[in-house]
Design a protein around this ligand. Structure first.
Ligand code: F3S
Length: 777
């Protein structure tokens, strides 16, 4: 299996640098004093500080008030990038002109593979359709010494879990579900490409010290309840904003009753509550997982660390450590949940779901059940689903809904094939898709005749369910559940069916009841090797290797640096659009068919904000230009393009949690490219707010959220104090002087979270502009 290659690494070790991390931990303890207990997240994060004294003692951080206040400057151990976001990350890295990456890194070709009829036909056609991109990524990997996982090798987070994640590791990933690796005790944070470039060039990566939300687990899962239900329930309790600014740290005796892959599922979906990351302390199930994925030597090392004295134990919270928030959950009492539609925090216990379907007039039937993905394709998940299929097959039943299975990696696929799990699924009409994202990221060609705009429902074991996410159809209601619940419900095809209590009629007229699923944590014979074709390409940097970008390409374009900030405040910016309601990174930079332009900023900018609802009219992607009586109405990107050509810079006004959902930096790059200077919102999602600053856009929040009502599209805005604030390293606030079309003027007070370094990025035009100046080859 790919993990077998660990002993012949050529592009960086897979064992975290434990000696260095532990040494740093003792330094941190000296700085903070021995009486200060540390949570697990604090231990791993602070042990990766570039200069611990500077981060922990300076400014507001005085060794005590660190969380929520200190700016941590971190040196991660590793970077992972998926194919869609890797393009822009690499284009940015290339412009720094360094010979190789400073830390081990990997590229995973997963997002650009379509799911339609099954892996055998979908994979070759997707490779053909994206050849230019995969060639570019592979060539850049060879040039800079990055490990390259070809299309079909697997989904980034599953591959990372199987090969790179390890207790105590700190890594960045250019994908919002990077926290999946927290299931194996790592601090793994989803970031944009520009942040990844920090780590790749050995510049410290900055993070506001997160607060810690402790989730105390007791008891043991039983029956139908699965790890997925832990996070589905938590999402309901905390909402999509509840984890913002927090690391979710699990503890308590219940953590020792979970499988490692189950903990990864829980951490994966921590992204849905906006958490910086999530993680678990070291457990025996992690040791078993490391050993079964050919990493026995790492298991030995971490077992020694975990049994060290409390002061040296990097892999669990100190006794008496304090959490900023605390939630308790008894796994023994947990019931399955179904979340959705359209938002992952609309959480309904299975026993109440039938009623919710009726009350909300959700469709009574669903068309497709999709299981697997990076969230839920472990051996345990799949064997539990298999058990249900076998039960139903014995009663002569077949799924009524279409049934799709996405293995997370070639390793898990080959193992499930060897152990006949996949043939069990295929025998009832299940379609085995490629080891890739496919329908989870909108690369799903539905063949069931549902047309765009048609209301319908699907059930998935994925993690995200924003409108249009899976099939580009905003009327598709995507409900999230565990693979077990999705599989069992696929047999009735009804959203009102409760597999724990309800019966399905067999052809002979008997009532069939599912029994609670039984699965196997890890394959008894170990993991299978899989097809060698999908093994990673792992070579040292070769400065003579050409990076393939065609000058005539429509999909790849080298980056032009953005202009620096003018030497004064901004005058007469126009409000391009006032967004109503939720504005995710999907809203700002849609995925699906647009994924193919990820490496071409001018071309992908044509999708900017096309999902945004106009606060005045309720229309989607309809902007009005009051300055142009002849053609006042257009799409948002068209208006931005027009104003750019006319030399008018602009800003966007939005509501809460602007940019939630993913690390997609295109959502910052595109507005910047089209002339956006400021985003004024009620609040921001953390990753997106950082991305904006890195690309030279100023994110401001209303000091008084009700001021949102005072500003409208086509108002003109001048800043007061912005230039001074940037020059003063982020100190001071900004007032917006708003001029209405009738000449009225109002002032809006704002707040911001711009640090000294980030002020430098904005002044330079972007973080990359600043890096290119300071990092000489
Ligand atoms: Fe891919 Fe979906 Fe996971 S897009 S990385 S399978 S969240």
């Amino acid at each position: 299996a790919p993990s077998v290659t660990t002993t012949s690494d050529t592009v960086g070790p897979r064992t975290p640098p434990y000696a260095k991390i532990l040494d740093r931990l003792s330094r941190v303890r000296k700085i903070l004093g021995s009486g200060r207990p540390l949570t697990l997240a604090e231990k791993i994060l602070y042990s990766h500080l570039d200069k611990p004294e500077e981060s922990l003692l300076n400014g507001t951080a005085n060794g005590k008030d660190i969380r929520g206040l200190a700016n941590l400057k971190l040196k991660p151990d590793r970077v992972a990038m998926q194919d869609a976001s890797a393009q822009m990350a690499l284009l940015q890295f290339m412009s720094c002109r360094l010979p190789s990456t400073a830390v081990p890194a990997s590229i995973h070709c997963d997002h650009m593979i379509v799911g339609e009829r099954g892996a055998d036909t979908d994979l070759p056609s997707s490779i053909q359709g994206n050849k230019e991109i995969f060639d570019f990524l592979e060539s850049a990997a060879k040039r800079y010494g990055i490990e390259f996982w070809p299309p079909g090798a697997g989904i980034i987070h599953q591959t990372v879990l199987e090969n790179y994640a390890a207790p105590g590791l700190m890594m960045l990933g250019t994908d919002s579900h990077t926290p999946n690796a927290g299931g194996l005790g790592a601090i793994a944070i989803g970031v944009g490409g520009a942040d990844a470039v920090d780590a790749l060039v050995d510049a410290p990566w900055e993070l506001k010290a997160p607060k810690i939300l402790g989730v105390e687990l007791t008891g043991i899962l039983n029956g139908w309840a699965s790890p997925k239900d832990v996070i589905l329930k938590l999402a309901g309790l905390l909402t999509v904003r509840g984890g913002t600014g927090f690391v979710v740290e699990y503890f308590g005796e219940g953590v020792h009753n979970l499988s490692c892959t189950g903990m990864a599922t829980i951490c994966n979906m921590g992204a849905e509550i906006g958490a910086t990351t999530s993680l678990f302390p070291y457990t025996a199930s992690m040791e078993r997982y490391l050993k079964s994925t050919s990493r026995g030597s790492i298991a030995e090392k971490v077992s020694r660390i975990a049994s060290a004295t409390a002061a040296q134990n990097l892999l669990a919270a100190d006794p008496g450590s304090e959490y900023d928030e605390h939630i308790a959950m008894d796994l023994s009492l947990l019931e399955p949940h179904i979340n959705g539609p359209f938002t992952p925090d609309l959480s309904t216990p299975l026993s109440k779901f039938k009623e919710a379907v009726q009350v909300n007039h959700w469709p009574h039937e669903f068309n497709a059940g999709l299981i697997g993905s990076c969230t839920n394709s472990s051996y345990q998940d799949m064997t539990r689903a298999e058990d249900l299929v076998k039960q139903a097959s014995a009663a002569g039943l077949r799924p009524k809904a279409d049934f799709f299975i996405t293995p997370g990696s070639e390793q898990i696929r080959a193992t499930l094939e060897r152990d006949s799990t996949l043939s069990t699924f295929s025998s009832v009409g299940g379609v085995i898709l490629a080891n890739a994202c496919g329908p989870c990221i909108g690369s799903w060609k539905r063949t069931d005749g549902v047309s765009k705009g048609e209301t319908n429902a699907i059930l998935t074991s994925y993690n995200r369910n924003f409108r249009g996410r899976n099939d580009g159809n905003p009327s598709t209601m995507n409900f999230l559940a565990s693979p077990e619940i999705v599989t069992a419900m696929a047999y009735s095809g009804s959203t009102s069916f409760n597999p724990m209590t309800d019966a399905i009629m067999t052809e002979s007229g008997d009532e069939f009841h599912f029994q609670p699923p039984k699965g196997i944590e890890l394959p008894l014979e170990g993991f299978a090797q899989g097809n060698t074709h999908f093994f990673p390409i792992s070579k040292s940097a070769d400065p003579s290797h050409p990076v393939k970008i065609s000058p005539s390409s429509e999909r790849l374009a080298a980056l032009e640096p953005f202009d620096p900030f003018p030497g004064h405040d901004l005058k007469d910016l126009r409000v391009l659009y006032k967004v109503k309601g939720q504005c995710t990174t999907d809203t700002i930079s849609a995925a699906g068919p647009w994924l193919k332009y990820k490496g071409h900023l001018p071309n992908i900018s044509a999708n900017t904000l096309i999902g945004a609802i106009n606060a005045s009219t309720g229309e989607t992607n309809v902007a009005y230009d009051h300055f142009d009586p002849e053609t006042p109405k257009s799409g948002i990107p068209e208006l931005a393009e027009k104003w750019k050509a006319q030399g008018h810079n602009w800003l966007v006004v939005a509501e809460d949690n602007y940019g939630e959902g993913s690390a997609r930096e295109h959502a910052a790059l595109q507005p910047r490219y089209l002339g956006g200077k400021i985003i004024l919102a009620k609040s921001f999602a953390r990753i997106h707010e950082t991305n904006l600053k890195k690309q030279g856009i100023v994110p401001l929040t209303f000091a008084d959220k009700t001021d949102y009502d005072l500003i409208d599209a086509c108002d003109q805005v001048s800043t007061v104090g912005l230039y001074d604030m940037l020059q003063n390293g982020g100190r001071g606030n900004v007032v917006l002087n708003v001029k209405k079309p009738n000449g009225d003027k109002i002032d809006i007070q704002t707040k911001h979270t711009i640090s000294k370094d980030q002020a430098g990025f904005i002044l330079a035009g972007s973080a990359l502009n600043l890096l290119a100046k300071t990092k000489k080859p």
